[in-house]
Write a protein that binds this ligand. Structure first.
Ligand code: PMP
Length: 403
Protein backbone atom coordinates (compact mmCIF):
# COMPACT_ATOMS: atom_id res chain seq x y z
CA UNK A 1 0.00 0.00 0.00
CA UNK A 2 1.18 3.52 -0.82
CA UNK A 3 1.59 5.15 2.60
CA UNK A 4 1.57 8.79 1.47
CA UNK A 5 -0.38 11.20 3.68
CA UNK A 6 -3.94 11.59 2.41
CA UNK A 7 -4.77 15.27 1.91
CA UNK A 8 -7.79 17.04 0.51
CA UNK A 9 -6.70 18.81 -2.68
CA UNK A 10 -8.72 21.89 -1.74
CA UNK A 11 -7.29 22.10 1.76
CA UNK A 12 -3.79 21.63 0.39
CA UNK A 13 -4.39 24.42 -2.13
CA UNK A 14 -5.65 26.77 0.56
CA UNK A 15 -2.56 26.11 2.68
CA UNK A 16 -0.21 26.60 -0.26
CA UNK A 17 -1.89 29.86 -1.31
CA UNK A 18 -1.22 31.30 2.10
CA UNK A 19 2.19 29.89 2.98
CA UNK A 20 3.77 31.00 -0.28
CA UNK A 21 3.87 34.53 1.18
CA UNK A 22 5.57 33.28 4.34
CA UNK A 23 8.08 31.27 2.31
CA UNK A 24 8.74 34.24 -0.01
CA UNK A 25 9.31 36.46 3.03
CA UNK A 26 11.74 33.95 4.53
CA UNK A 27 13.62 33.56 1.24
CA UNK A 28 13.95 37.32 0.76
CA UNK A 29 15.26 37.70 4.30
CA UNK A 30 12.28 39.87 5.25
CA UNK A 31 10.68 37.48 7.71
CA UNK A 32 10.73 39.11 11.13
CA UNK A 33 8.59 36.76 13.20
CA UNK A 34 9.52 34.22 15.87
CA UNK A 35 13.10 35.23 16.66
CA UNK A 36 14.50 32.41 18.83
CA UNK A 37 15.41 33.63 22.30
CA UNK A 38 18.08 31.75 24.16
CA UNK A 39 17.77 33.68 27.43
CA UNK A 40 15.12 34.98 29.82
CA UNK A 41 13.23 38.23 29.16
CA UNK A 42 15.54 40.93 30.51
CA UNK A 43 16.62 44.47 29.58
CA UNK A 44 19.10 42.82 27.24
CA UNK A 45 18.15 39.33 26.05
CA UNK A 46 19.77 36.94 23.62
CA UNK A 47 18.37 36.05 20.21
CA UNK A 48 20.32 33.08 18.88
CA UNK A 49 23.78 34.20 19.96
CA UNK A 50 23.20 37.94 19.62
CA UNK A 51 22.56 40.32 22.49
CA UNK A 52 19.54 42.57 21.89
CA UNK A 53 18.00 45.39 23.88
CA UNK A 54 14.48 44.14 24.54
CA UNK A 55 11.82 46.60 23.52
CA UNK A 56 9.21 43.91 23.08
CA UNK A 57 8.32 42.03 26.21
CA UNK A 58 5.24 42.21 28.39
CA UNK A 59 7.45 41.48 31.39
CA UNK A 60 6.47 45.01 32.46
CA UNK A 61 7.72 44.81 36.05
CA UNK A 62 10.70 42.58 35.36
CA UNK A 63 9.35 39.72 37.48
CA UNK A 64 10.10 36.90 35.00
CA UNK A 65 13.48 36.31 36.65
CA UNK A 66 12.68 37.38 40.21
CA UNK A 67 14.39 34.80 42.47
CA UNK A 68 11.41 34.40 44.83
CA UNK A 69 9.01 33.96 41.94
CA UNK A 70 11.26 31.39 40.27
CA UNK A 71 11.77 29.61 43.58
CA UNK A 72 8.03 29.31 44.26
CA UNK A 73 7.48 27.79 40.83
CA UNK A 74 10.25 25.26 41.40
CA UNK A 75 8.84 24.24 44.76
CA UNK A 76 5.38 23.80 43.27
CA UNK A 77 6.71 21.46 40.59
CA UNK A 78 8.42 19.38 43.24
CA UNK A 79 5.25 19.16 45.31
CA UNK A 80 2.48 18.94 42.68
CA UNK A 81 4.30 17.71 39.56
CA UNK A 82 4.45 19.45 36.18
CA UNK A 83 0.75 19.53 35.30
CA UNK A 84 -2.67 19.02 36.83
CA UNK A 85 -3.60 16.68 33.96
CA UNK A 86 -7.21 17.74 34.06
CA UNK A 87 -9.83 20.47 33.97
CA UNK A 88 -10.81 22.58 36.96
CA UNK A 89 -14.15 20.94 37.72
CA UNK A 90 -12.58 17.48 37.91
CA UNK A 91 -8.98 16.95 39.01
CA UNK A 92 -7.54 20.31 37.88
CA UNK A 93 -8.00 22.36 41.05
CA UNK A 94 -5.24 22.44 43.67
CA UNK A 95 -5.32 24.51 46.84
CA UNK A 96 -3.01 26.90 44.92
CA UNK A 97 -5.67 27.52 42.26
CA UNK A 98 -8.22 28.38 44.94
CA UNK A 99 -5.67 30.61 46.67
CA UNK A 100 -4.93 32.47 43.43
CA UNK A 101 -8.63 33.06 42.80
CA UNK A 102 -8.98 34.49 46.28
CA UNK A 103 -5.85 36.62 45.82
CA UNK A 104 -7.17 38.02 42.51
CA UNK A 105 -10.56 38.85 44.01
CA UNK A 106 -8.84 40.45 46.96
CA UNK A 107 -6.55 42.45 44.67
CA UNK A 108 -9.45 43.83 42.61
CA UNK A 109 -11.72 44.18 45.64
CA UNK A 110 -14.38 41.98 44.05
CA UNK A 111 -16.39 39.16 45.65
CA UNK A 112 -14.80 36.51 43.46
CA UNK A 113 -12.49 35.74 40.56
CA UNK A 114 -12.26 32.91 38.03
CA UNK A 115 -8.87 31.91 36.67
CA UNK A 116 -8.31 30.35 33.26
CA UNK A 117 -5.26 28.87 31.58
CA UNK A 118 -4.61 31.98 29.47
CA UNK A 119 -5.68 35.61 29.28
CA UNK A 120 -6.97 34.78 25.81
CA UNK A 121 -9.20 32.09 27.31
CA UNK A 122 -10.40 34.40 30.08
CA UNK A 123 -11.88 36.76 27.47
CA UNK A 124 -13.38 33.90 25.47
CA UNK A 125 -14.86 32.38 28.63
CA UNK A 126 -16.46 35.53 29.97
CA UNK A 127 -17.83 36.80 26.68
CA UNK A 128 -19.02 33.56 25.10
CA UNK A 129 -20.71 32.29 28.26
CA UNK A 130 -22.35 35.48 29.47
CA UNK A 131 -23.57 36.80 26.10
CA UNK A 132 -26.32 34.98 24.14
CA UNK A 133 -28.74 35.53 21.26
CA UNK A 134 -30.68 38.13 23.26
CA UNK A 135 -27.49 40.14 23.81
CA UNK A 136 -26.00 43.00 21.84
CA UNK A 137 -22.26 43.38 22.40
CA UNK A 138 -20.94 46.86 21.79
CA UNK A 139 -17.22 46.73 21.27
CA UNK A 140 -14.41 49.19 20.57
CA UNK A 141 -12.98 48.96 17.06
CA UNK A 142 -9.48 48.24 18.41
CA UNK A 143 -10.34 45.56 20.97
CA UNK A 144 -7.93 42.62 21.11
CA UNK A 145 -8.46 39.47 19.02
CA UNK A 146 -9.36 37.47 22.15
CA UNK A 147 -12.36 39.78 22.53
CA UNK A 148 -13.23 39.52 18.84
CA UNK A 149 -13.03 35.72 19.03
CA UNK A 150 -15.10 35.67 22.25
CA UNK A 151 -17.78 37.69 20.49
CA UNK A 152 -17.69 35.37 17.49
CA UNK A 153 -18.15 32.36 19.77
CA UNK A 154 -21.20 33.86 21.44
CA UNK A 155 -24.54 33.99 19.66
CA UNK A 156 -24.80 37.71 20.34
CA UNK A 157 -25.31 40.52 17.87
CA UNK A 158 -22.32 42.80 17.58
CA UNK A 159 -21.99 46.55 17.06
CA UNK A 160 -18.58 48.16 16.72
CA UNK A 161 -17.88 51.76 17.74
CA UNK A 162 -15.05 53.96 16.51
CA UNK A 163 -12.06 53.80 18.81
CA UNK A 164 -12.75 55.63 22.08
CA UNK A 165 -15.65 57.55 20.46
CA UNK A 166 -18.23 57.97 23.22
CA UNK A 167 -20.75 59.69 20.94
CA UNK A 168 -20.75 56.60 18.72
CA UNK A 169 -21.09 54.36 21.76
CA UNK A 170 -24.13 56.32 22.94
CA UNK A 171 -25.62 56.35 19.47
CA UNK A 172 -25.42 52.54 19.34
CA UNK A 173 -26.85 52.13 22.85
CA UNK A 174 -29.74 54.45 21.98
CA UNK A 175 -30.52 52.60 18.78
CA UNK A 176 -30.38 49.06 20.13
CA UNK A 177 -32.84 49.33 22.98
CA UNK A 178 -34.78 46.32 21.70
CA UNK A 179 -32.03 44.00 22.97
CA UNK A 180 -32.79 42.66 26.43
CA UNK A 181 -29.11 42.37 27.36
CA UNK A 182 -26.30 44.74 26.52
CA UNK A 183 -22.59 44.23 27.08
CA UNK A 184 -19.99 46.92 26.42
CA UNK A 185 -16.39 45.74 26.01
CA UNK A 186 -13.34 48.00 26.19
CA UNK A 187 -9.67 47.71 27.09
CA UNK A 188 -8.09 49.77 29.87
CA UNK A 189 -4.97 50.37 27.78
CA UNK A 190 -5.24 49.47 24.09
CA UNK A 191 -2.66 46.88 23.17
CA UNK A 192 -1.59 48.27 19.78
CA UNK A 193 -2.08 52.00 20.44
CA UNK A 194 -1.08 52.34 24.09
CA UNK A 195 -3.84 54.86 24.76
CA UNK A 196 -6.46 54.68 27.51
CA UNK A 197 -10.25 54.13 27.42
CA UNK A 198 -12.50 56.96 28.69
CA UNK A 199 -13.92 54.51 31.22
CA UNK A 200 -15.70 57.11 33.37
CA UNK A 201 -17.84 57.97 30.34
CA UNK A 202 -18.36 54.30 29.45
CA UNK A 203 -19.67 53.72 32.99
CA UNK A 204 -22.01 56.71 32.75
CA UNK A 205 -23.46 55.40 29.49
CA UNK A 206 -23.71 51.83 30.75
CA UNK A 207 -25.77 53.02 33.69
CA UNK A 208 -28.00 55.20 31.52
CA UNK A 209 -28.74 52.39 29.04
CA UNK A 210 -28.68 49.42 31.44
CA UNK A 211 -25.58 47.67 30.10
CA UNK A 212 -22.88 45.51 31.69
CA UNK A 213 -19.21 46.32 31.10
CA UNK A 214 -16.25 44.03 30.58
CA UNK A 215 -12.90 45.80 30.76
CA UNK A 216 -9.68 44.11 29.70
CA UNK A 217 -6.89 45.39 31.96
CA UNK A 218 -4.14 43.23 30.39
CA UNK A 219 -1.86 46.22 29.67
CA UNK A 220 -2.68 48.31 32.74
CA UNK A 221 -2.70 45.72 35.52
CA UNK A 222 0.16 46.20 37.98
CA UNK A 223 1.13 49.77 37.23
CA UNK A 224 -1.95 51.96 36.64
CA UNK A 225 -4.12 53.05 39.56
CA UNK A 226 -2.97 53.42 43.15
CA UNK A 227 -3.15 49.65 43.83
CA UNK A 228 -2.28 48.73 40.25
CA UNK A 229 -5.76 47.42 39.40
CA UNK A 230 -5.69 49.27 36.10
CA UNK A 231 -7.63 51.99 34.35
CA UNK A 232 -10.87 51.09 36.17
CA UNK A 233 -9.14 52.07 39.41
CA UNK A 234 -7.43 55.13 37.92
CA UNK A 235 -10.81 56.47 36.82
CA UNK A 236 -12.42 55.57 40.16
CA UNK A 237 -15.01 53.27 38.61
CA UNK A 238 -13.74 49.79 39.52
CA UNK A 239 -16.76 48.97 41.66
CA UNK A 240 -19.17 49.81 38.80
CA UNK A 241 -17.71 47.28 36.38
CA UNK A 242 -19.33 43.88 36.01
CA UNK A 243 -16.25 41.95 34.79
CA UNK A 244 -12.63 43.02 35.10
CA UNK A 245 -10.31 40.85 33.10
CA UNK A 246 -6.55 40.58 33.32
CA UNK A 247 -3.83 38.24 32.19
CA UNK A 248 -0.96 36.78 34.20
CA UNK A 249 1.35 36.85 31.17
CA UNK A 250 2.36 40.48 31.40
CA UNK A 251 3.03 42.24 34.74
CA UNK A 252 2.97 38.89 36.55
CA UNK A 253 5.35 37.31 34.02
CA UNK A 254 3.56 33.98 33.77
CA UNK A 255 0.65 32.43 31.92
CA UNK A 256 -3.07 32.39 32.73
CA UNK A 257 -5.80 34.95 33.12
CA UNK A 258 -8.66 35.95 35.36
CA UNK A 259 -12.09 37.52 35.47
CA UNK A 260 -12.74 39.41 38.70
CA UNK A 261 -16.46 39.78 39.31
CA UNK A 262 -19.30 39.03 41.74
CA UNK A 263 -19.81 35.54 43.23
CA UNK A 264 -22.77 34.56 41.07
CA UNK A 265 -21.15 35.63 37.80
CA UNK A 266 -17.99 33.72 38.76
CA UNK A 267 -20.01 30.61 39.52
CA UNK A 268 -21.94 31.05 36.27
CA UNK A 269 -18.73 31.28 34.22
CA UNK A 270 -17.28 28.22 35.95
CA UNK A 271 -20.33 26.13 35.04
CA UNK A 272 -20.93 27.48 31.55
CA UNK A 273 -17.66 28.55 29.92
CA UNK A 274 -16.24 25.80 27.72
CA UNK A 275 -12.77 27.27 28.25
CA UNK A 276 -13.12 26.47 31.96
CA UNK A 277 -14.90 23.14 31.69
CA UNK A 278 -13.05 21.56 28.76
CA UNK A 279 -9.52 22.88 29.21
CA UNK A 280 -6.71 21.62 31.45
CA UNK A 281 -6.09 24.04 34.29
CA UNK A 282 -3.01 26.22 34.83
CA UNK A 283 0.04 24.16 35.82
CA UNK A 284 0.73 24.42 39.58
CA UNK A 285 4.17 25.95 38.90
CA UNK A 286 2.49 28.77 36.97
CA UNK A 287 -0.09 29.29 39.71
CA UNK A 288 2.58 29.40 42.42
CA UNK A 289 4.74 31.78 40.38
CA UNK A 290 1.76 34.04 39.71
CA UNK A 291 0.82 34.10 43.39
CA UNK A 292 4.34 35.08 44.38
CA UNK A 293 4.61 37.68 41.59
CA UNK A 294 1.38 39.26 42.84
CA UNK A 295 2.92 39.52 46.29
CA UNK A 296 6.22 40.95 45.02
CA UNK A 297 4.34 43.40 42.79
CA UNK A 298 2.67 44.87 45.89
CA UNK A 299 5.85 44.92 47.97
CA UNK A 300 8.35 46.25 45.43
CA UNK A 301 6.69 49.44 44.32
CA UNK A 302 9.95 50.75 42.88
CA UNK A 303 9.33 48.48 39.90
CA UNK A 304 6.31 50.55 38.87
CA UNK A 305 8.27 53.74 39.29
CA UNK A 306 11.14 52.41 37.19
CA UNK A 307 8.67 51.27 34.53
CA UNK A 308 7.17 54.77 34.26
CA UNK A 309 10.58 56.43 34.31
CA UNK A 310 11.71 54.18 31.44
CA UNK A 311 8.45 54.73 29.56
CA UNK A 312 8.83 58.50 29.72
CA UNK A 313 12.47 58.38 28.67
CA UNK A 314 11.62 56.21 25.66
CA UNK A 315 8.44 57.99 24.56
CA UNK A 316 9.99 61.45 24.87
CA UNK A 317 13.09 60.24 23.03
CA UNK A 318 10.99 58.89 20.14
CA UNK A 319 8.96 62.09 19.94
CA UNK A 320 12.15 64.18 20.01
CA UNK A 321 13.44 62.22 17.02
CA UNK A 322 10.24 63.34 15.26
CA UNK A 323 8.38 60.03 15.16
CA UNK A 324 4.68 59.44 15.81
CA UNK A 325 3.78 57.51 19.01
CA UNK A 326 0.05 57.50 18.12
CA UNK A 327 -1.23 59.10 21.32
CA UNK A 328 0.28 56.49 23.64
CA UNK A 329 0.27 57.33 27.34
CA UNK A 330 1.40 53.91 28.60
CA UNK A 331 4.36 51.52 28.40
CA UNK A 332 2.93 50.29 25.07
CA UNK A 333 4.62 52.69 22.67
CA UNK A 334 3.85 52.27 18.97
CA UNK A 335 6.07 53.96 16.39
CA UNK A 336 4.00 54.60 13.30
CA UNK A 337 5.39 53.47 9.93
CA UNK A 338 2.38 52.71 7.69
CA UNK A 339 3.94 50.57 4.96
CA UNK A 340 4.26 46.86 5.84
CA UNK A 341 7.44 46.19 3.85
CA UNK A 342 9.31 49.17 5.27
CA UNK A 343 8.09 48.26 8.72
CA UNK A 344 9.49 44.74 8.42
CA UNK A 345 12.75 46.01 6.93
CA UNK A 346 13.19 48.35 9.88
CA UNK A 347 12.48 45.57 12.37
CA UNK A 348 15.05 43.38 10.67
CA UNK A 349 17.68 46.12 10.54
CA UNK A 350 17.12 47.07 14.16
CA UNK A 351 17.52 43.46 15.18
CA UNK A 352 20.83 43.17 13.38
CA UNK A 353 21.91 46.36 15.19
CA UNK A 354 21.03 44.81 18.57
CA UNK A 355 17.53 46.21 19.22
CA UNK A 356 14.39 44.10 19.17
CA UNK A 357 11.05 45.77 18.52
CA UNK A 358 8.21 43.64 17.16
CA UNK A 359 6.41 44.47 13.95
CA UNK A 360 2.65 45.00 14.16
CA UNK A 361 0.93 44.44 10.81
CA UNK A 362 -2.57 43.42 9.66
CA UNK A 363 -4.58 41.71 11.20
CA UNK A 364 -3.14 42.96 14.52
CA UNK A 365 -3.65 46.51 13.27
CA UNK A 366 -5.67 47.94 10.34
CA UNK A 367 -4.24 47.51 6.80
CA UNK A 368 -1.55 50.08 5.89
CA UNK A 369 -1.28 51.24 9.47
CA UNK A 370 1.62 49.04 10.40
CA UNK A 371 3.92 50.11 13.15
CA UNK A 372 6.74 49.01 15.37
CA UNK A 373 5.25 48.18 18.71
CA UNK A 374 7.59 48.77 21.59
CA UNK A 375 6.73 47.68 25.12
CA UNK A 376 8.82 49.14 27.88
CA UNK A 377 9.76 47.25 31.03
CA UNK A 378 11.29 48.00 34.41
CA UNK A 379 14.19 45.69 33.47
CA UNK A 380 15.63 48.22 31.02
CA UNK A 381 18.37 50.61 32.08
CA UNK A 382 18.54 54.24 30.94
CA UNK A 383 21.64 53.31 28.96
CA UNK A 384 19.90 50.51 27.10
CA UNK A 385 17.05 52.87 26.19
CA UNK A 386 19.50 55.52 24.91
CA UNK A 387 21.27 52.88 22.83
CA UNK A 388 17.95 51.84 21.27
CA UNK A 389 16.89 55.44 20.59
CA UNK A 390 20.15 56.09 18.79
CA UNK A 391 19.74 53.04 16.54
CA UNK A 392 16.08 53.87 15.86
CA UNK A 393 17.00 57.40 14.75
CA UNK A 394 19.73 56.21 12.37
CA UNK A 395 17.52 53.56 10.74
CA UNK A 396 14.39 55.72 10.41
CA UNK A 397 16.54 58.49 8.89
CA UNK A 398 17.99 56.04 6.38
CA UNK A 399 14.44 55.20 5.28
CA UNK A 400 13.61 58.93 5.04
CA UNK A 401 10.89 58.65 7.64
CA UNK A 402 12.19 61.61 9.63
CA UNK A 403 11.91 65.16 8.25
N1 PMP B 1 -6.08 40.94 26.05
C1 PMP B 1 -5.15 41.78 25.57
C2 PMP B 1 -5.49 43.22 25.48
C3 PMP B 1 -3.90 41.31 25.19
O1 PMP B 1 -2.98 42.14 24.70
C4 PMP B 1 -3.62 39.93 25.31
C5 PMP B 1 -2.26 39.36 24.96
N2 PMP B 1 -1.62 39.91 23.92
C6 PMP B 1 -4.61 39.09 25.78
C7 PMP B 1 -5.82 39.62 26.16
C8 PMP B 1 -4.39 37.61 25.90
O2 PMP B 1 -3.56 37.32 26.96
P1 PMP B 1 -2.59 36.05 26.99
O3 PMP B 1 -1.52 36.27 25.95
O4 PMP B 1 -2.07 36.07 28.36
O5 PMP B 1 -3.40 34.86 26.67
Amino acid sequence: MDNKVIKSKKIEQKIEDMVKYVIQGKESGMYVFEPNFSSAQCGTSIVGKQKVVMLTSNNYLGLATHPDVVDCSKKAITKYGTGTCGARLHNGTTNLHTELEEACANFFGTEAAVILSAGYLANLAAISSVADEETVIITDQFNHMSIVDGINMSNAQVRIFKHNDMNKLEYILKNNKEFKKKLIIVEGVYSMEGDIAPLEKVVELAEKYDASILVDEAHSFGFIGEKGQGVSELKGVGDRIHMRMTTFSKSLANVGGCIATDKKTALYIKHNAHQYIFNASMPPSAVAGTLQALKVMKEERWRREKLWENTLQFRRGIQKIGLNTMGSTSPVVPIYVGNDDINMKITKELLSEGVYIATAVFPSVPKNESRLRATITASLSGKEIDFALQKIEVIFRKHELIN
